[in-house]
Design a binder for this molecule. Structure first.
Ligand code: RIB
Ligand code: CA
Length: 317
């Protein structure tokens, strides 16, 4: 599987990169950074750092959108630390980002490799939206898309209704989720919040004496402190790696087709995912979202948490 990674490292983004780097059947062709957890340039520098640590020193990194399409920039250092990597960033990579933007990189690679590349979007969808505007054929040029984001039937994590990657750019998310990608899978809080790492898993990882495991443990210290304060017991939700694991092995989850829109004008609900779950009889004249012509995506509804955490642990050892 050849992957274009669009990401805002970000602690869990970094763990997703480490997971993919440890897989024989997954290759990161290129990385694009995006605003979100940290500003896009910082995300690019962090991606370079983590790629270096993973031995992927040939993978190009492009800096992406500096801000959302239609709102001011907001970032989440409270969750990921001032450096975006829980204080573990360390010295910068010797490598620099490439000169084209992340959106242009997505378009160029998709045109050069029609039907071959999978886009894994682990941050706000601004770059993917810009790529769609640059190349309207993108839904037919990419083999598959995996989006980490949203909350369908559970609360958000930035507002009561909005999850961070959607909240950071609702217009971009609505454009992407309604673009008609043939093969778009949505890994949302509905499942990431059921696949939390617990005290035993975190402690076992901390015992592994490898540089990679100790780096991951350092990343997770800050992240776990945030989640522990929220939950009252030692845990953390490792969102992005779950999307990467399901990309590699879809059999670890169950899915449903869902037509998904993003609330853009709600005073209290901007960034909320709206997905029509009503059973509507044809003769009622009620128009469902599907009837309004919006193409469905594949929403992950349940995952094998034990298998996920075990595979992530193996990759971080
Ligand atoms: O809501 C979780 C998502 O937002 C993750 O991708 C995390 O890295 C942040 O980008
Ligand atoms: Ca992310």
């Amino acid at each position: 599987m050849r992957i274009i990674l669009d990401t805002d490292p970000g602690i869990d983004d970094a763990l997703a990169i480490l997971f993919i780097a440890a897989q024989e059947d997954m290759e990161i062709v290129a990385v694009g950074s995006v605003h979100g957890n940290v500003p896009a340039p910082t995300a690019a520098d962090n991606a370079l750092r983590v790629l270096d640590l993973a031995g992927l020193t040939e993978v190009p990194v492009a800096v992406g959108a500096a801000r959302p399409l239609a709102q001011d920039l907001g970032t989440s250092e409270i969750v990921h630390g001032d450096d975006g990597l829980g204080g573990q960033a360390g010295p910068p990579s010797a490598r620099k980002p490439v000169t084209i933007s992340a959106a242009e990189q997505i378009v160029r690679l998709a045109r050069e490799n029609p039907g071959e590349l999978t886009l894994l979007a682990l941050g706000p969808l601004t770059n993917v939206a810009l790529a769609l505007l640059l190349e309207p054929r993108l839904p037919h040029l990419l083999k598959a898309v995996m989006v980490l984001g949203g909350a369908l039937a559970v609360p958000g994590n930035v507002t009561p209704n909005a999850e961070a990657n959607i909240w950071h750019d609702p217009e971009a998310a609505d454009l992407v989720l309604g673009a008609g990608f043939e093969n778009l899978t949505l890994t949302s809080l509905d499942v990431t919040e059921t696949a939390r790492a617990d005290d035993a898993w975190l402690s076992a990882l901390a015992e592994v004496p490898t540089h990679r495991a100790q780096f991951a443990t350092g990343l997770l210290k800050h992240y776990t402190a945030f989640y522990t304060r929220m939950c009252g017991y030692r845990t953390c939700t490792i969102h992005d790696p779950l999307a990467a694991v399901l990309l590699q092995d879809p059999s670890l989850a169950e899915y449903r087709e869902a037509v998904v829109s993003v609330e853009l004008r709600g005073t209290h609900t901007r960034g909320q995912l709206i997905s029509d779950c009503r059973a509507i009889a044809d003769d009622t004249g009620i128009k469902s979202q599907a009837a309004q012509g919006r193409k469905p995506v594949r929403a992950v509804v349940s995952v094998d948490t034990k298998a996920f955490l075990s595979r992530l642990f193996e990759a971080l050892k």
